[in-house]
Each structure stands twice: as C-alpha cells, then as structure tokens.
Ligand binder design. Structure first.
Ligand code: EPU
Length: 473
C-alpha cells in the first residue's frame, strides 16, 4: 500500500465511506452539486449509535517524530486516519524514513536507518498547515547536526508563537538562524542537557524538550512542564526506546540523556478530544452515543462538566456511553486550562450544547487568545453568545488570568435554525457540524477539509449515528 492509499482526501472520508454516502444521496434524488468540501445537514435528529475513536491526533504525529531518534525501526499502532498524519509521514519520508503499513488497520512502521537532510523547498511545500515540523528540530539536530523548519501553520486560533521552543533549543546548545523561508538550526558542539523553566506549561514546548533531552549529553530538568495524557504517552514511548525520564511532582520532568535509543512498539493513547466532541454532539442533539475506545481517567474533568450540564454517561471496558437523559440542560462556568484542567479543545463542541441549556453559561478561555471566532456563525443561527475579548472579571476564578484571554457568555436555551457557515478551524468546525445537527432546517457547512485534520472518517461516523445529511464526495 502506498502512502496516498493510507489517508483520506480533504474531506476525511475513506473511499468506502464516501461512495456509500454518495449512493445514499443519489438514491434519495438529492444530488445538489456540493463540492467534496461541503455538507448539507438536515438538523433536528438525535445522534444515536456507536462509533470508535482511535489514537490521539495530538500524540500520533509526535510518536512518529520520535521514531527518528531510534537506531532500529519503530511500530506505532492505532494511528488515526487524519490528515495531520499524512503531513508528518510526508515529512519523515522526505528525511529518508522508510514508512510501511502493518497488517492491522492503523499499524505503521518507521525505519529511520537512512535519515538524511531534506531540501528546504520540499519541507516547506510539505509542511502544509501543520505545526508538528517544529518538533523535528531536536531529533534532526541529533541525527544530522542540522534542521530546518518552515513557517508554521496550525489552526487560526491566535498567534501561536514558537519562542518557548527556540529558547529551549538554544539552552541545549542549538544555534538558531532566521531565514526568509523559515528557521535554520545547527548544533556545532552537539546538544547538552539543560535546566529549563517554561513560562507556561506548553504542550509543544514540553514535547520539544523531551525529544531533544533524551539524547543530549547529561541531565535536563524541565520545570513548569505540561503533563497532558498525550505527553505521558510520549514519555512511555521514549522510555520503551531506552530513555530515562522521571515525572516528578509539581510539573517537573527530569531526563537523563543516554547515548542511543532503539525503536519502539506502541499503541497510541485514544483521542480524548474526539471522544469529548462526540459526547457534546450527543448532548446537543438529545441523543445517545457510545464512543468506543474512550476511557474514563483521561476524561475525568470533561465527565464532571458533562454531568453538571445535565448529560449522563456510563463507563464500560470498551468505551463510554454518553446520552441526554431528558429535561433541561443546566448552565455552567468553565475555565479552560492545561491538564488536568478543562481542555481548550473541548470548549467549542460543548458551547453548542450550552446554547440549549436553561440559563447563562460562561467560558473563560485561558489557553488561546482567539478561540471564540466560531461563535459568530452560531449567533447567525440563533444562539445568544457574547464574546468579551479582554476576558471577564470573576472573583471565583481558579485558573490564573492571562493577559490575552477571552470569555464567552452563552444565554440559553436558543432555537437554532439552519444557515450557511464556513469552518474556521478544527474544533470550531466540529462544533458547526453539531450546530447543524441541532438546528431546525438545513445547514450548509463549507470548508470541511479542516475537520479531517483531527476527526477520522467523520462523515462515515455521522452516517453510523443516523444523521440526516447530503454529502457528495
Ligand atoms: N505558546 C507560546 N510560545 C510557544 C508555544 C506556545 O506563547 O513557543 C503559547 C500558545 O500561543 C498558547 C499556549 O502557549 O497560547 C499553549 O500552547 P501549546 O504549546 O500548549 O499548544 P500546542 O502544542 O501548539 C497542542 C495541541 C493543540 C492544543 C494545545 C493545548 C497539537 C498538535 N496541538 O498545541 O491542539 O489545543 O496543545 O492543549 O498537539 C487541536 O487539537 O485543535 C489543537 C489546537
């Protein structure tokens, strides 16, 4: 199987899923000339049924990058079929990593025996809208003594700078040079362990330090580290490879550099952000969805909020069932935060459910400075959401206020009605699907491709849950 065979097109639909849906639409006489980047949703039908979530989009690409550090090949299992994987696979291939598929669905093999420097223009052309290329720095500096990263993309949810990454790399001894096309790094004297304190527990910067420190000479102490479950999973992978990493209390991670690492065999942790998104969809549509593969521990904070809003759930060995038990939903106040707080990636899908709650909910977004842009379209559909761009004073706050934060105040319940809306970013995009499913009438959602960055086969999953929609691949 080739690399292209393993990934979806921009819509996130596999060949089977797409053609099946197309047939449904044709059978119903519903061909309406949509592009493969558009969907028309007939709202008002509760989602019911079972879907599966696979490996986390926020772990798998990083695990793939970690394979660069091994002397022998690595095997990653449970890899989701999302477009971020295609970008990272392409970048690894450009750097000489041989990628093959295993027997099981989602099983990928990476052989880094012949790692080589890639051309800047090729890296630039391949990196697309992903932010993962920055994580190639440490491993490439170890393997080749140099690295190049193009201008980085990612969702439009704020400035998303990389200063923490570059500062940390400099502490290890990397020389950073800004070029018109990107950033070039070299390590003339090799990389040496360092004492680093992050200004904020950034997920990406913590991963950067881990991927660099494991092969650096000597010891690294990282303070104010992020400890998201996906980071702990990355640490497990690195430990399998031969690294010595200790997670200490109070966000301290201690890494003892080793001379060499081997390949790993690892099953990626489940995607808790996708699980929370489908749970919110069940709640907003008054439905009942079993999310196969979801686990309780990594979702505890979400589950508490889900229950407070009035949703119900049952934890099973093979997943979690989420449902709307009837009656009114209740408003909540939420502060997004780093783990173990309420993930920023959970707020957008939940906001749609909160438009259906009786009363006023408030969400303080403390991780990104611009993550409520998606609410304009919800207001167009009848929601009552006011965004306070400078945040809101609230003496009961638990999370320290950040300078740039925003707050959204959602008054409900609102009757949502169909509209034409364009996906702005990954999580906002999924929330638009939920809004369309919740609204009366037809909603046309455009720019669907972004959703396939993080939601595997979402069109097929909507079909499995009985959603009423037209999609022509
Ligand atoms: N930040 C800086 N400087 C840096 C790095 C980060 O100021 O050098 C700031 C960011 O601007 C942001 C905050 O720190 O305000 C947090 O950023 P972080 O580095 O933690 O985020 P990330 O690593 O870029 C990952 C996920 C995001 C998720 C965040 C927070 C991946 C590929 N992305 O981003 O996922 O929201 O952690 O948990 O793992 C998503 O899945 O939709 C998504 C955006």
């Amino acid at each position: 199987m080739t690399l292209q065979d393993t990934v979806t097109d921009g819509s996130g639909v596999t060949d089977d899923g797409g053609s099946g849906l197309k047939k449904d639409a044709q059978k119903a006489g519903a061909r309406v000339g949509l592009t493969s980047d558009e969907i028309i949703i007939n709202g008002g039908r509760p989602l019911r049924g079972r879907i599966e979530v696979r490996g986390a989009k926020n772990l798998a690409p990083k695990a793939m990058v970690a394979s660069l550090l091994g002397k022998t090949p690595s095997i990653l299992r449970n890899v989701p079929n999302v477009s971020d994987i295609r970008v990272v696979a392409g970048l690894l291939a450009l750097h000489g990593v041989l990628i093959t598929r295993g027997e099981d669905p989602g099983e990928w093999h990476f052989d880094p025996s012949n790692v080589e420097q890639a051309h800047h223009a090729d890296i630039d052309a391949h990196a697309g809208s992903s932010r993962i290329p920055i994580l190639f720095c440490g491993p490439l500096l170890h393997r080749l003594g140099e690295a190049f990263i193009p201008d980085l993309g990612g969702c439009r949810i704020g400035d998303r700078p990389i200063d923490f990454h570059l500062d940390a790399l400099r502490r290890f001894g990397a020389v950073v040079e800004k070029l018109p096309s990107g950033i070039s790094l070299t390590a003339p004297d090799g990389l040496t362990g360092a004492s680093i304190e992050l200004p904020y527990p950034s997920v990406g910067a913590t991963e950067q330090v881990l991927l660099t420190a494991v092969l650096a000479k000597g010891q690294t102490e990282l303070r104010n580290a992020a400890i998201e479950p996906e980071i702990i999973d990355l640490i497990c992978i690195l430990q399998k490879m031969g690294a010595i990493i200790t997670v200490e209390p109070n966000r301290v991670i201690f890494i003892e550099g080793v001379d060499e690492l081997r390949g790993y065999d690892h099953r990626a942790i489940f995607d808790r952000n996708e699980a929370a998104s489908w749970a919110s969809a069940a709640l907003a549509t008054r439905g009942d969805v079993f999310v196969g593969g979801a686990k309780q521990e990594e979702m505890m904070t979400f589950l508490n909020v889900f229950r407070k809003v009035g949703g119900d759930f049952d934890v099973h060995d093979d997943g979690i069932r989420f449902w709307h038990p009837g009656g009114e939903l209740k408003p909540v106040t939420i502060e997004t935060d780093v783990h173990p707080g309420f993930m920023t990636d959970w707020q957008q899908p939940l906001v749609v459910a909160l438009t259906q709650a009786q009363g006023v909910s408030t969400i303080h977004e403390t991780v990104y400075e611009n993550r409520f842009g998606f609410t304009d379209a919800l207001n167009k559909m009848g929601a009552e959401i006011t965004v306070y761009t400078d945040g809101l004073h609230d003496e009961h706050r638990r999370v320290n206020r950040r300078e740039f934060e925003q707050a959204a105040v959602i008054s409900g319940p609102s009757r949502l009605t169909g509209a034409e809306i364009e996906v702005p970013d990954l999580r906002g995009g999924f929330s638009y699907l939920i809004a369309g499913l919740t609204a009366e009438g037809q909603t046309k959602v455009t720019n669907l491709g972004i959703i396939s960055r993080g939601y595997e086969n979402f069109i097929e999953k909507l079909r499995q849950l009985g959603a009423d929609f037209i999609f022509e691949s």
